[in-house]
Design a protein around this ligand. Structure first.
Ligand code: ZN
Length: 518
């Protein structure tokens, strides 16, 4: 039995005065960041449109002050001394972890010259506007000069951060900000075997004459009832509404200021209840990770998420391993009449399950099913890696994009709006981010296999609404470590093996083979 988590925030203190001083100074800067996060949440959910201009100034000022605090000479000196004071502690000791990770952040923040930070920020704010206009008109040439500039500035950024010149490549210097320790070689070592197994499975699904029943995906359901049901489900799987909120926004996200104040949003679609439910399960997975972080270490690395991929592993695990399983739908179906009356009475749990698992290659990443989603990510990784290494000229992006969509998914991309202009990431200056989605998907499958091994009958419990054992396992094995391990090491620590595509493929095959008769 794992004891229930304590959520009281008794700030932990370090063993050595200089370590305490360094950690407290660094935490002080983080406090501003978490204040900005609440303003950012407010902007997306509550703020009237008239507040936009002033809010941008408020956020810019907070970012400026935070950056100057996080890069002060005094903090650098203290972290230096704290590193000496903790050098003899075990590598996983909270003091050593906090000092090491604060140092990592300090180095990152001080390595970029202020002029480059400003140029990146101003370029991406205009580029995002230009991208939105270009996407509307499906006009890549309009966006092209901005993307060229972003790629150039990102090369400079990578050079400031540095990378392993003997074994690595420039892209690694960018990925490290989203996924500490991640390199293109590591990603390739995971993606190539994944594609080798994914492609034949997808071909078999496409070639099968059997089609699962997707009729529930076209069944209109009342929007307010959907929202109430989504809130009920996220509470039932463990989201603590005393320490968080769920609201609506155009693009679902999870943010907040710390583990005791987590802000999630979701969106609902009249004709497809499963879209809203899946999006809520996804954000709840992020929210459960945030709520599971150590309250004693708010604003310090021991109380922060490891990386984007591990964050994504938590959202995918609840969305896919739990929320697309038959036992989950057996439970959900029983609880639906309380929220929807008889509006979906004639659908069985099996029909809900099959509608949630239909495979259909499409052009748009964010609409993709669990199987084809990773193809979209692999394509983006190939492209951004090639743009950064100069193997691909930005002007050739649309042609190369369309070639890869034909190759991976067998699709002929009709226009750039549904092609290389669909995602916001590159226009926002984020290169090196995309692979974290698929790495997270694979981590999710590997963690879940381990959890099932540790707790036989885990999935049968879902049918009875028993989700807490899984959450307690994730709390103890993943959440409570904060940034103690890098993602890849955490995976080995938790599952006893390095990240592999095999658990994810076993998860997909077990589902799709009977469903498609392959
Ligand atoms: Zn996510």
């Amino acid at each position: 039995m794992i004891p229930p988590m304590s959520t009281t925030a008794t700030p932990a203190t370090a063993s050595h005065p200089v370590v305490t001083e360094a950690i407290e100074l660094a935490r002080d800067a983080r406090l501003l960041g978490s204040t900005a996060a609440i303003l950012g949440w407010d902007q997306e959910t509550m703020m009237p449109g008239g507040g936009l201009e002033h809010r941008a100034r408020q956020l810019a000022q907070l970012a400026r002050i935070e950056h100057s605090m996080a890069t002060s000479e005094r903090l650098g000196e203290l972290l230096e001394k704290a590193a000496e004071a903790t050098a003899s502690l075990p590598e996983t000791h909270p003091d050593r972890v906090n000092v090491r990770e604060f140092r990592r952040d300090y180095d990152k923040a001080t390595k970029l010259p202020a002029t480059l930070v400003e140029e990146l920020a101003s370029t991406s704010s205009i580029a995002q506007h230009e991208w939105a206009e270009a996407r509307k008109a499906s006009d890549f040439p309009r966006f092209r000069p901005w993307l060229e500039k972003i790629v150039r500035l990102n090369r400079e950024k990578a050079d400031c951060f540095g990378w392993d010149r003997a074994n690595g490549e420039r892209w690694d210097g960018l990925a490290d900000s989203y996924e500490p320790g991640c390199t293109a070689k590591y990603v390739e070592g995971v993606f190539v075997p994944l594609r080798k197994r994914l492609q034949p499975l997808l071909d078999a699904v496409k070639g099968s004459s059997r089609r699962p029943d997707g009729s529930f995906n076209d069944h209109p359901m009342d929007l307010d009832s959907q929202e109430r049901f989504a809130r009920f489900v996220s509470g039932a799987i463990g989201f603590d509404y005393q320490r968080g909120r769920l609201d609506r926004s155009t693009h679902p996200f999870c943010s907040g200021s710390h583990c005791n104040d987590v802000r999630m949003t979701s969106r609902y679609s009249k004709n497809c209840m499963l879209d809203g439910l899946g999006s809520t399960m996804h954000e709840t997975g992020h929210g459960l990770y945030e709520q599971g972080l150590d309250p004693n270490w708010i604003s310090a690395p021991m109380g922060e998420a490891v990386s984007l991929s591990i964050h994504e592993s938590q959202s995918r695990l609840w969305e896919n391993q739990v929320g697309r399983s038959l036992p989950f739908f057996r439970w959900a179906k029983q609880r639906m009449p309380e929220h929807f009356g008889n509006a979906a009475g004639h659908f069985s749990a099996e029909q809900l399950y099959s509608a949630a698992n239909v495979v259909e290659p499409g052009f748009i990443r964010v609409d993709a099913d669990e199987t084809t989603y990773n193809m979209h990510v692999m394509i983006r990784f190939e492209m951004e890696r090639a743009m950064i290494s100069r193997d691909l000229d930005v002007k050739d992006l649309p042609g190369e994009w369309n070639r890869l969509y034909k190759d991976y998914l067998g699709l002929v991309v009709p226009d750039d709006r549904r092609g290389c202009l669909q995602d916001v990431h590159w226009s926002g200056g984020m290169i090196g981010y995309f692979p974290t989605y698929t790495l997270g998907t694979l981590y999710a499958a590997q963690f879940f296999e381990k959890a099932k091994e540790a707790m036989p009958g885990l999935e049968d419990g879902f049918a009875k609404g028993e989700f807490r054992p899984l959450l307690a396992w994730l709390n103890a094995n993943i959440h409570r470590h904060g940034r103690r391990y890098l993602s890849a090491d955490l995976c080995t620590q938790v599952t006893g093996a390095p990240l592999s595509a095999d658990p994810f493929m076993r998860h997909l095959e077990a589902k799709l083979k009977p469903m498609y008769g392959i």
